[in-house]
Ligand binder design. Structure first.
Ligand code: PGA
Length: 253
């Protein structure tokens, strides 16, 4: 059965002291991570080791970088590579977040390279996809998301895609307080799974965790996560508040 995942995306927020305190508060807030569930913290680069150490020994809890570069090493001042992340014990890398696509010109072809370099180095991508409002209004969201998947993931083998993690994040719902309705989320997640199934077969499609992202909050997580093809969430704002993120973890199926 595929994993149910609550993934925090802290983005470019928190000082080190604030990040450590957030983890302390979360540990002190009642929540349970059961078998078949995972909690992932998407931490800014400078604190990855600190947060990893703070979480040492916690079952089903992982850390994620929020990006990595396309090259292994070399003269790329300011960039961070997949082998570097692996060397400090990072588990996951969030790839293709819409903020990276928009502000840092990451396109589907570049993301295909990043997916490869993560997999080659034993890091699990959390691959983000999702349409802007104009595409949703034109009713073209299914084709748009399918193209993102085809151009960044469909060169992978079935073995590589087994147990993969995808996050569907409609751009119009990110940080806006405007969540996709349960029906909109389920419809897109089912579409993503059927596209994966047509290409790789139902067994692979069923093994892939598809997270929903975009204004997931403590008070809406349960109903969104209850949708049959929604396997948890990628959570921005609400992951910065311990009580809210604890409630979101407790909302996993
Ligand atoms: P949000 O962000 O929960 O603040 O909408 C989600 C994301 O960008 O991953």
């Amino acid at each position: 059965m595929r994993q149910q995942i609550a993934a925090a995306n802290w983005k470019m927020n928190l000082s080190l002291a604030e990040a450590e305190s957030l983890i302390d508060q979360l540990i002190a807030t009642p929540h349970a991570v059961k078998a078949g569930q995972e909690v992932v913290f998407g931490v800014p680069f400078p604190y990855l080791i600190n947060i990893k150490n703070k979480l040492a020994g916690k079952a089903h809890v992982y850390i994620a970088a929020q990006n990595c570069y396309t090259q292994k090493s070399g003269a790329y001042t300011g960039e961070v590579s997949a082998p570097m992340l692996k060397s400090i014990g990072v588990d996951y890398v969030i790839l293709g977040h819409s903020e990276r696509r928009e502000y840092f010109q990451e396109d589907n072809a570049m993301l295909a390279v990043k997916v490869d370099i993560c997999l080659d180095n034993g890091l699990k991508p959390i691959f983000c996809c999702g349409e802007p409002l104009s595409v949703r209004e034109a009713g073209e969201q299914n084709a748009y998301v399918e193209k993102q998947l085809r151009e960044s993931l469909f060169h992978l083998t079935a073995e590589q895609l087994k147990g993969f993690v995808i996050a569907y994040e409609p751009i119009w719902a990110i940080g806006t307080g405007k969540t996709a309705s349960n029906e909109q989320a389920q419809e897109m997640h089912a579409h993503i799974r059927s596209v994966l199934g047509a290409q790789y077969g139902p067994e692979i499609a069923d093994s892939i965790s598809i997270l929903y992202g975009g204004s997931v909050k403590a008070n809406n997580a349960k109903e969104i996560f209850a949708q049959p093809d929604v396997d948890g969430g990628l959570v921005g704002g609400a992951s910065l508040v311990a009580a809210d993120f604890a409630a979101i973890i407790n909302s996993l199926k």
